[in-house]
Design a protein. Structure first.
Length: 377
């Protein structure tokens, strides 16, 4: 009888304990959610032992694209059901795009990057120096990565560009224990929303507080110019782009570029076409609508209007050709070809909008007054 009572007591204790364990697991509560004001592509939820970073799919009504569970303490890496679990990263980073490098550099993590795509795309002087010293290696384009070299350098995290379909070729890295983190910042059409992805990257390194502070400063500077210029009655007109293989691709009226121009106080002439992507047009269509614009940003590699004329003689039909109001975003371009506009510009739209403000509203802006842009003579 005593033995029976003892067994019954043990059983009850075990049942009670298991019930409490399950209750504890199921009752894990969220402590807080990060304050994301402009970006639509991610959220960060905080729990006692980990943070949950969720990516949303802009091609599928912002359904869940991917999830990352980041533990504050070291844990054994595992993956399950489109969710990667690993601990906070401290070093050994692979960044395969310019904007990723721009965000990491702003967080003082440039020296922790030990893998990049190609040297010719890099502007950051610290990274170029580390490539020359052999501390950072080139890994090729995302479409033709050297996977063996990636495994060899043993990164703790690899940032890649996310597309409308998740790239299954990265699975070969995931099974080796290398976390692949998809970046979808390029799908944000709000310049501040794109810049806010610094908070996404920072979360993998426990640098949220620093990211919040940096972004707040960018936001303050950006909105100061935007709010002032939106009360300006007469807005200068703007043309963007140039011919590519006989077709002129202009950004849609809801695009990142169009929003930059609008926020800087300009009248982008295709603003009423509500598209985020590019619009393919014939030269004649562009000329008819844009021949008398005030400013032109052709986005091609030229040094002067003579180069422009050599590329396409009809370019001289546009008003900015004669008024000398043609600008390129190439001022911070190095000898390799790396352009800082595409590297740090994404994280610093306040500097871009300041440049545009000077271009649009100063009677005769000088190149030394500009950071990313230069005037073509």
């Amino acid at each position: 009888m005593k033995t029976y009572l003892k067994l019954l007591l043990i059983t009850l204790v075990l049942v009670y304990s298991c019930t409490n364990i399950n209750k504890d697991i199921n009752d894990i509560t969220k402590i807080e959610t990060a304050n994301i004001k402009y970006a639509k592509g991610f959220k960060i939820d905080y729990f006692d032992d980990y943070k949950l970073i969720t990516l949303f799919n802009p091609w599928d009504n912002y359904s869940v694209y991917y999830k990352y569970k980041i533990f504050y303490d070291d844990v054994k890496y595992k993956s399950q059901n489109l969710q990667l679990e690993f601990s906070v990263v401290k070093n050994r980073i692979v960044a395969l795009s310019g904007s990723q490098i721009g965000f990491l550099a702003k967080l003082n993590l440039a020296d922790s990057i030990n893998g990049i795509s190609k040297k010719q795309y890099i502007y950051n002087k610290s990274i170029i120096k580390n490539i020359e010293l052999g501390k950072t290696v080139e890994l090729g384009d995302e479409t033709s990565l050297d996977y063996e070299k990636i495994v060899e350098i043993k990164p703790k995290i690899v940032f890649v560009t996310g597309w409308n379909k998740i790239n299954s070729s990265f699975d070969k890295l995931v099974v080796t224990g290398i976390p692949i983190v998809y970046m979808l910042e390029w799908q944000e059409q709000n310049p501040l929303g794109r810049a806010e992805w610094i908070k996404f990257i920072a979360a993998f390194f426990n640098k949220e507080q620093e990211a919040d502070s940096l972004f707040s400063e960018v936001e303050k500077n950006y909105l100061k110019i935007k709010e002032y210029k939106n009360i300006t009655k007469k807005k200068p007109t703007v043309l963007h782009g140039s011919l590519i293989a006989g077709t002129w691709y202009v950004p849609g009226g809801d695009s990142y570029i169009a929003n930059l121009y609008a926020d800087a106080g300009a009248n982008y002439i295709w603003k009423n076409i509500k598209k985020t992507g590019s619009i393919a047009l014939k030269f004649e269509s562009v000329y008819t609508k844009a021949k008398n614009v005030d400013f032109w940003f052709p986005m091609i590699d030229i040094k002067n209007t003579s180069d422009l004329n050599n590329i396409e003689k009809r370019y001289k039909l546009f008003n900015p050709y004669y008024t000398h109001k043609i600008f390129l975003s190439n001022k911070r371009r190095n000898f390799l070809g790396g352009n800082d506009y595409w590297e740090s510009g994404v994280a610093n739209p306040d500097i871009i909008i300041k440049d545009l403000n000077n271009i649009f509203y100063k009677d005769s802006v000088k190149n030394e007054e500009l950071f990313f842009f230069s005037k073509i003579n």
